[in-house]
Write a protein that binds this ligand. Structure first.
Ligand SMILES: Nc1nc2c(c(=O)[nH]1)N[C@H]1C(S)=C(S)[C@@H](COP(=O)(O)OP(=O)(O)OC[C@H]3O[C@@H](n4cnc5c(=O)[nH]c(N)nc54)[C@H](O)[C@@H]3O)O[C@H]1N2
Ligand SMILES: Nc1nc2c(c(=O)[nH]1)N[C@H]1C(S)=C(S)[C@@H](COP(=O)(O)OP(=O)(O)OC[C@H]3O[C@@H](n4cnc5c(=O)[nH]c(N)nc54)[C@H](O)[C@@H]3O)O[C@H]1N2
Ligand SMILES: [Mo]
Length: 681
């Protein structure tokens, strides 16, 4: 038996390191990896369920083709590749390469994903997608203000005296963060949670503030006004490091506690209390999650929150941190996934036409010259995870030929003409970073892929041969050994990153080169002014928003005393799944057998809806039938269900969401989404 070090490549803050016991080519067990200071206690339930995931009876192990009756039948790789190359040649000749959509998302991270895009470039181009379903509004807001996305190392949280989890449900979505959080609480730190839901994270807090969804910007601006009026700001920090403070201060003149109360629905004593804690308790770390940037005002909201961190001088010191995303370990990604929101990358290039991830369905249908004929989907499940599912279904069904590369029969895979079996993290090596911990990691190949599974790199190599790419192109861009490719790649980078070498990475996580443990401790900000920008002309130029952080209502909203029968439909992430992954496994189903909709009991009773009853949730975009669960901790007029449940399992939250981008970063405004709820009679 061998114990081999590896790291979890899911799109999740924690990016845990662990050791896997492998015996006779089979995965036996998992152990924590002590070298990762951020994830020392080992993996979560999802991580433990990998054993079932890899060997699941439901896993797709062979290429499959849909027959005329709509049933998938196993076919040989030769037949699959032959059909795919023929289609690729045919559409390139008859309609042009951009009639093929290459859609990828965040199902598996790794440096080798670059090879996919290279293939499509060498094919002659393709239609690709821009933007991101996840975090880009907040990334862009933070970048505009601070010049980079960087935060203190996770274990520094224990130095904070005031911790604000703002739209982040860390206990479920960043399980490893509980370790430094508990330490900070033991040392006497105060925890504030700001969330319309009483989450498991809120259960640990000293103060829970439940705003009307999408109004956090107003809360932050009102507090900024109080802090400035009462002199609870760091004038020295501001004069040395902040650009645009005067303009910011002047812009706040109309704000008052009663205005904040009216907009957010938060009783004024809570607003006052939060303001006094922020003014008086140092150092403060705000952990803005990705929840409240999933609105049409998401980017500006994040800039409002960040202003509190800035005017109180809580940047560049232990325990004082704007904890949004830490991209310091993303040293390898050339086409940095998080940067794919930059306008330059979203623009069409001769080889690449780009459509919006947030508006995938309508954009797919709108393409002309050429119209889309074929799609290739990998590492993504757009029928479940992108907004406006009904339009996406329509757009997929209009295509002539669809290839989906996946491990399971997802909603998207069901739409395929041909499904190709995808590898798991244990069947191919790759390099990964993390947006939370500061390590570069090697995800090591531990076992041979089961059945006839091939990693994408190999599939592309075979397709490149089938399409008669020249031998030198194939050898340069489609390496026959992934490990060799990574080793070679590391060697070419050795000069830049002398401490990152393959042998060390095989042993465990390695600190990112040039890591700032305390982000911005040098007070260098890569912004046009070289200071932290409260006033940003780039924000205006790039996104046509106000140069200052401002508050505007979200596109869909319910005012406090609105009598219409509408609810905010909140669909964030949850403990035992990563989006559309893991929920299909028996080990997870024991805990989460069915999708449920949380509703405040009084709101339910008003509508004569009983706990456990199936209701109709609907709007103009679609409907969902789902079981109700009473939840006292929820803000009235909000309902909650986790995203990621497949339509085929009775889920499909995005049947109801609108295809809308955020105000900056080409993100996706998932929660900007109102629904009605009806008893089924
Ligand atoms: N277990 C698990 N962990 C995960 C993931 C997963 O699917 N499962 N996904 C990973 C990924 S890709 C991401 S992006 C992160 C996201 O993880 P988080 O940063 O925690 O973000 P969300 O889960 O989207 O939302 C967090 C909270 O925001 C609240 N919220 C919604 N609207 C508002 C609002 O207007 N104001 C405020 N203040 N709060 C609001 C929601 O109720 C929710 O509790 O988690 C990562 N970690
Ligand atoms: N309503 C609503 N929708 C949301 C969100 C929300 O808050 N509300 N959150 C959004 C967020 S934050 C995110 S990050 C997205 C995530 O959405 P996606 O990026 O689509 O991610 P997943 O559902 O995690 O995984 C997609 C697929 O990748 C497959 N996969 C895993 N590994 C591999 C591999 O190596 N190769 C291939 N080919 N496939 C693989 C999995 O089996 C899975 O079917 O969802 C978004 N959707
Ligand atoms: Mo995400």
């Amino acid at each position: 038996m061998k114990l081999i070090s590896t790291a979890c490549p899911r799109n999740c803050y924690s990016t845990c390191s662990f050791k896997v016991a492998v015996d006779k080519g089979k995965i036996i067990n998992f152990e924590p990896h002590p070298d990762n200071r951020a994830t020392p206690e080992g993996i979560c339930l999802k991580g433990l369920s990998y054993k079932e995931r890899v060997y699941s009876k439901d896993r797709i192990l062979y290429p499959m083709e849909k027959n005329r009756a709509g049933i998938f039948k196993r076919i040989s790789w030769n037949s699959a590749l032959k059909q795919i190359t023929e289609k690729l040649e045919y559409y390139r000749k008859t309609a042009g390469p951009q009639s093929v959509l290459f859609y990828e998302s965040s199902g598996m991270s790794g440096l080798l994903n670059e090879i996919s895009l290279k293939f499509w470039e060498l094919y002659g181009g393709a239609t690709t997608s821009y933007g991101n379903l996840c975090w880009p509004a907040g990334l862009e807001a933070s970048r505009l203000s601070l010049g980079a996305n960087r935060h203190n190392v996770p274990w520094d949280l224990e130095n904070a005296r005031l911790i604000i989890m703002w739209g982040k449900n860390s206990v479920e979505t960043n399980i490893q963060e509980s370790i430094p959080l508990e330490k900070a609480l033991e040392k006497g730190a105060r925890l504030v949670v700001i969330d319309p839901r009483r989450t498991p994270t809120a259960d640990k807090s000293h103060l829970l503030i439940q705003p009307r969804p999408g109004t956090d910007g107003a809360l932050a601006l009102g507090i900024a006004k109080i802090l400035i009026d009462t002199g609870h700001i760091d004038n020295e920090f501001i004069s040395n490091h902040v650009y645009g403070f005067e303009e910011f201060r002047n812009s706040l003149s109309s704000w008052s506690v009663s205005k904040v109360e009216k907009i957010t629905g938060i009783p004024s004593p809570y607003i006052q209390k939060l303001a006094s804690w922020i003014g008086e308790i140092q150092p403060m770390t705000i952990l803005p999650g990705y929840g409240m940037q999933r609105y049409t005002n998401g980017g500006q909201t994040i800039r409002c929150l960040l202003s509190l961190q800035v005017i109180t001088g809580n940047i560049g010191k232990p325990g004082a941190c704007w904890h949004y995303a830490n991209l310091q370990s993303y040293v390898f990604d050339k086409l940095l996934e998080p940067l794919s929101y930059y306008p330059s990358l979203s623009k069409n290039t001769p080889f690449r036409r780009s459509i919006s991830k947030a508006k995938l369905g309508i954009d797919m249908l709108a393409q002309r010259d050429p119209e889309l004929k074929m799609a290739w989907v990998e590492r993504g499940n757009p029928l479940s995870q992108n907004p406006d599912t009904n339009t996406i279904i329509k757009a997929f069904r209009k295509l002539e030929f669809i290839v989906v590369v996946d491990q399971f029969m997802t909603d998207t895979a069901r739409e395929a003409s041909i499904i190709l079996p995808a590898k798991t993290m244990f069947e191919q090596s790759d390099l990964i970073g993390s947006y939370w911990n500061p390590y570069v990691q090697l995800r090591q190949k531990l076992i041979e892929p089961p059945g006839e599974v091939k990693p994408e790199t190999e599939i592309y190599r075979l397709l490149a041969k089938g399409l008669n790419f020249s031998e030198s192109i194939i050898d340069t861009h489609f390496p026959d050994s992934n490990d060799k490719a990574i080793e070679l790649w590391l060697k070419t980078k050795l000069k830049v990153y002398p401490d990152l070498n393959y042998d060390k990475l095989k042993e465990g996580p390695q600190m990112a080169p040039n890591l700032q443990e305390i982000a911005f401790e040098d007070y260098k900000f890569d912004t046009p002014s070289g200071k932290i920008e409260l006033y940003s002309s780039h924000a205006v130029e790039l996104w046509k928003v106000d140069p200052l952080p401002d508050y505007i209502e979200t596109e869909e909203n319910i005012q406090e005393n609105d009598s219409k029968e509408l609810f905010y439909f909140l669909t964030p992430n949850t403990k035992n799944r990563i989006h559309s992954q893991f929920g299909n496994l028996d080990v997870i189903k024991q805990f989460d057998p069915d999708p449920v909709l949380d509703i405040h009991p009084e709101e339910a009773q008003k509508r004569n809806i009983k706990n456990g009853e199936v209701v109709r949730v609907f709007n103009s975009r679609g409907e969902l039938r789902i079981k109700v669960r009473y939840q006292l901790g929820l803000r009235r007029r909000c309902v909650f269900t986790a995203n990621g449940w497949w339509i085929s399992e009775g889920g499909g939250t995005n049947l109801l969401s609108a295809p809308r981008e955020t105000d900056m970063g080409y993100g996706t405004a998932f929660h900007d989404n109102l629904v009605k709820i009806e008893k089924i009679v």
